[in-house]
Design a protein around this ligand. Structure first.
Ligand code: KIV
Ligand code: NA
Length: 266
């Protein structure tokens, strides 16, 4: 099995949809790998995996450690690493140093949030061998600027700004665009206007692909799921049952038995 490359994913545009989910751990990545084209080690790991209130405090080294775990437990999917807050906005050199850590950990490319103002970062990285997916629209790292997680591009003027952000990153050499929480018509318009794949999350069925947070589709996010997500399975119920059975077996003495012990004469 050969791992899907970024140029191969780019060639999907107009041919077939890109199916993607997030993952940050070996067991999940192993299960996801055969089904997906791309696995994202998102900074949403901060919230989903570390119970933090937002993504802002997550670091490059933390994400890189999860990237390495996912790379070791997959063979087919293209692996994309999120650049966390504060790891690329400071300077071009800072962006390259931190992006290089993601590629050292085994990622094929990185994803970074930012409007047109961040296009020079995209260009700098791409020119130095780091494929970049630009994340525009709802950018969770801008939560303090937005005053909450809010859909973007709802007015004509706001939509035009996001449209120009997308075009700027395409011109800068991004291999793809992640469109999060954007008015449907806007995501469609961007998808039609650019020659690189768009991956939607709360965006439009017309995007070239889709990504969701794995815990959301499996019933593992421990609360409500966002309106743009859909629960495809109830893994929480399976785990709950298994752990209840285990705890009961320990308490009632039915586990362990001598079958689970060493040095027992048969
Ligand atoms: O961090 C993340 O999981 C993401 C996806 C939701 C796009 O950026
Ligand atoms: Na993210």
């Amino acid at each position: 099995v050969k791992r899907l490359t970024i140029p191969q994913l780019m060639a999907y545009k107009g041919q077939k949809k890109i199916a993607s989910l997030t993952s940050y751990s070996a067991p999940f990545a192993r299960l996801l790998d055969t089904h997906l084209d791309m696995i994202l080690i998102g900074d949403s790991t901060a919230m989903v995996g570390y119970a933090l209130p937002d993504t802002l405090s997550f670091t490059t080294d933390q994400i890189a450690a999860h990237v390495a775990a996912v790379v070791r437990s997959t063979r087919r999917a293209c692996i994309l690493a999120d650049m966390p807050f504060g790891s690329y906005q400071g300077s071009l050199e800072q962006a390259f140093t931190n992006a290089a850590k993601m590629l050292s950990a085994g990622a094929a490319g990185v994803k970074l949030e930012g409007g047109a103002a961040l296009a020079p970062v995209t260009q700098y990285l791409v020119e130095r061998g780091v494929p970049v997916m630009a994340h525009v629209g709802l950018m969770p790292q801008y939560v303090n600027v937005m005053g909450g997680f809010k859909a973007q591009g709802m007015s004509e003027e706001a939509a035009e700004r996001v449209f120009q952000d997308a075009l700027a990153h395409e011109r800068a050499g991004a291999f793809g665009l992640l469109l999060e929480g954007t008015a449907e018509g806007l995501a469609r318009r961007i998808t039609e206007a650019v020659s690189i794949p768009t991956i939607g999350i709360g965006a439009s069925p017309h995007c070239d692909g889709q990504v969701l947070v794995t815990e959301d589709i499996l019933g593992l996010s421990g609360g409500g799921i966002p309106r743009f997500a859909k629960q495809f399975g109830d893994v929480a119920a399976v785990i709950d049952q298994a752990v209840a059975d285990y705890a009961r077996s320990v308490r009632d003495g039915s586990f362990p038995t001598l079958d689970h012990c060493f040095g027992v004469k048969k």
